[in-house]
Design a protein around this ligand. Structure first.
Ligand code: FE
Length: 177
């Protein structure tokens, strides 16, 4: 079961691996994504979702399965700790890219080559019916904002706050029990 300690352990154990085909690490990417959300004035839930949106990649790196649906793996695991204001933007962050590619031609052009390449593996742009079904879901707007932080969180050498800053926030964003 996921706890704040196991999350910290996943970053410590697997966060130094590269983020896909980008030239930064998984931990740097997560911290930059959280920082962009924080600088945009997002709620702590969305900042924590931004930090943890790719936790499924780290979980899959720690396991022997090769499930490519890291957004589902991550969101399902995070549901033991957080409510839907954190888990759903995580779950929807890949769909948000398909939505943005369908509704904003400039968005696709602005993606990195690696992200353009992975779009095809993720199913390509949504058709109009899928795009409107996506947009009608709760937390779709937060997922779209997270997606834009995700896309920008690839700056080599950028200074960010430490992981502990955002894990403290995650502690506050935990669901009451
Ligand atoms: Fe990401």
């Amino acid at each position: 079961m996921l706890t704040l300690d196991t999350i910290a352990g996943l970053f410590a154990g697997y966060g130094t691996s590269f983020y896909g085909d980008e030239a930064i690490s998984q931990t740097e990417h997560a911290l930059q994504c959280a920082l962009l959300a924080e600088q945009a004035g997002e709620s702590e839930a969305v900042i924590v979702a931004s930090l943890l949106h790719d936790i499924g990649h780290l979980m899959l790196a720690a396991s022997t399965t090769t499930d490519m649906r890291h957004q589902e793996t991550g969101a399902d695991a995070l549901a033991t700790l957080f409510g839907p204001d954190v888990t759903e933007p995580v779950r929807l962050h890949v769909a948000a890219k398909r939505y943005l590619c369908a509704t904003d031609p400039a968005y696709y052009d602005g993606l990195s080559p690696a992200s353009q390449h992975s779009l095809a593996l993720q199913g390509g742009p949504f058709d109009p019916a899928a795009a409107s079904a996506f947009a009608s879901q709760p937390h779709a707007a937060a997922a779209v904002r997270l997606r834009k932080y995700d896309d920008l969180a690839k700056v080599v050498g950028l200074e960010t706050p430490a992981l502990s800053h955002y894990l403290e926030m995650a502690g506050r964003a935990r669901r009451g029990d």
